[in-house]
Design a protein around this ligand. Structure first.
Ligand SMILES: Nc1nc2c(ncn2[C@@H]2O[C@H](COP(=O)(O)OP(=O)(O)OP(=O)(O)O)[C@@H](O)[C@H]2O)c(=O)[nH]1
Ligand SMILES: [Mg+2]
Length: 458
């Protein structure tokens, strides 16, 4: 979405900005050209910008709805960039609704979800990643996710993208200049500088992708699915990791039928654990359905934990997945098998294709800490400094990957052709893919940039 392609509605919107229910204070927010006149009609007072006004709020029939604060933020110095008024009333459901109705009666219309933020974006108060950071901050599942969303809201992600974009623009300007002055083109392009810059861009983009991927994982929470043979101890492990008896445990194979989900937090990372039906040739229709559900959960997981009873380890891989998710093998019931709990040493593992294996007891809790460490490492959050400095979304990862593909293509074609025109066109695509992240890409951006730095003007 570009800021040029969406036009602003010029009507005035209103909504209750606080959660519905009982509380100390509720806030009704009004934005648009009529906001001030609505405030003055509702309060029957003159309302001045940025001066809190303690006043009564009047209904259409002149009855007093409540007494509270009115705050006026004059455009453009407001959240949306339009005139914004906030009415702070007592936090009752009825009084809040009455006040909202009074605003609607005075000419506002009910805002759509996210419409205040949309107006802020369209008025260039924030870019898309900031608007998304704002939504992610509100929905943050853990403290760490909240901190990263807050960084995105403050522009940490957009500034990383913008810095990269600026470097691409600089390179385009350089290449386009070479095209405009063909007699110098050979010198411009053949001195190896372009190839070196392309390499640097690629390295920055790769870092940004892995940061965004971790940021996205942290914002939405990781999906981990436990699978394995009946009675291996999947439900027991779920209960141990969740620290509560979420799933039914019995010694009857085939106890778990449905997929049972529980959200846990390991080192600030939100994880949705799914316990599934043990996989075997099903004995009845319910179990068969459970096994199909287990398979569906496996297909969408970020990580698969395969639980094996260490007393009778089975070689066969019990799950099948189209995606190549990381796999962790858990050797369970070490209290019975006698194996030392914890991460298996590399020498104990036959070769590198064997997934990381952790020996635990889901009953005594031995080895569980080691398992949590392996999970965090598999999510790419292991070593210090590997947490993302900002929150992100899958959309951003997709855009960044598209930009990376376009950049690879640009580099490959340039290596063969050494043609400035082709490179300029390919770089334009990289730029557009990145521009889609912040929502600020427009064709005029680049023209302005070229003219301002090159004074071609003739
Ligand atoms: N001693 C011991 N017993 C365990 C351990 N983990 C599970 N069990 C026992 O093994 C039996 C099966 O455990 P569950 O957790 O129900 O196994 P499951 O993999 O969920 O089985 P299904 O739901 O049937 O697929 C129960 O009797 C558990 O108490 C363990 O680490 N040590
Ligand atoms: Mg079970």
């Amino acid at each position: 979405m570009s800021s040029d392609s969406r036009s602003l509605d010029h009507d005035t919107i209103a909504a209750i900005a606080t959660p519905s229910g009982r509380g100390g204070v509720s806030i009704i927010r009004v934005s648009g050209p009529e906001a001030l006149s609505i405030a003055e009609l509702l309060t029957q007072k003159t309302v001045k910008a940025r001066q809190p006004l303690l006043t009564r709020f009047f209904a259409e029939d002149s009855g007093v709805i409540d007494t509270g604060l009115t705050l006026f933020f004059q455009r453009p110095a407001s959240f949306t960039g339009e005139d914004v008024v906030e009415f702070h009333c007592h936090g009752g459901v009825m009084v809040t609704n009455l006040l909202l109705e009074a605003c609607l009666a005075l000419g506002a219309r009910l805002a759509r979800p996210g419409e205040f933020s949309e107006r802020a974006f369209l008025n260039n108060k924030m870019d898309l990643t900031q608007a998304e950071g704002l939504a992610d901050l509100i929905d943050a599942p853990t403290q760490q996710a909240a901190r990263q969303a807050s960084a995105s809201l403050q522009g940490a992600f957009s500034s990383a993208v913008n810095q990269l974009n600026q470097r691409i623009i600089d390179l385009r300007v350089y290449v386009e200049a070479a095209i405009d002055f063909p007699e110098e083109e050979v010198d411009f392009l053949s001195e190896g500088r372009v190839a070196a810059l392309l390499l640097e861009l690629k390295a920055t983009l790769t870092t940004l992708i892995s940061q965004a991927r971790r940021g996205a994982l942290l914002s939405r929470g990781a999906q981990i699915v436990m699978t394995g043979a009946p009675n291996a101890g999947k439900s027991s492990l779920m209960n141990q990791l969740a620290n509560q008896a979420v799933a039914i445990v019995t010694d009857i194979p085939g106890t778990t039928r449905d997929v049972i989900k529980q959200t846990i937090s390991i080192e600030g990372v939100a994880i949705q654990l799914s316990d599934t039906a043990g996989i075997r040739a099903a004995t009845d229709a319910i179990e068969q359905e459970g096994i199909e559900r287990a398979q569906a959960a496996v297909d969408t997981a970020d990580i698969i934990i395969e639980v094996v009873d260490d007393q009778e380890p089975k070689e066969a891989v019990l799950y099948s997945s189209d995606n190549a998710q990381p796999l962790i093998r858990v050797l369970n019931k070490v209290d019975l098998s006698g194996r030392a709990p914890g991460m298996l040493k590399a020498t104990d593992q036959e070769d590198e294709s064997v997934p990381p294996s952790v020996a635990v007891s889901a009953v005594t809790g031995e080895g569980i800490q080691a398992l949590e460490q392996v999970i965090i490492q598999c999510l790419g959050m292991g070593e210090a400094g590997t947490t993302s400095p900002f929150s992100a979304r899958e959309r951003h990862v997709t855009c960044l990957k598209r930009a990376e593909a376009a950049l690879d293509e640009a580099s490959d074609r340039f290596e063969v052709s050494q043609a400035g025109e082709l490179l300029a066109e390919d770089l334009r695509r990289v730029h557009a893919e990145l521009g889609a992240i912040t929502g600020t890409f427009g064709a005029d951006d680049l023209l302005g940039e070229i003219f301002s730095s090159f004074c071609i003007g003739k």
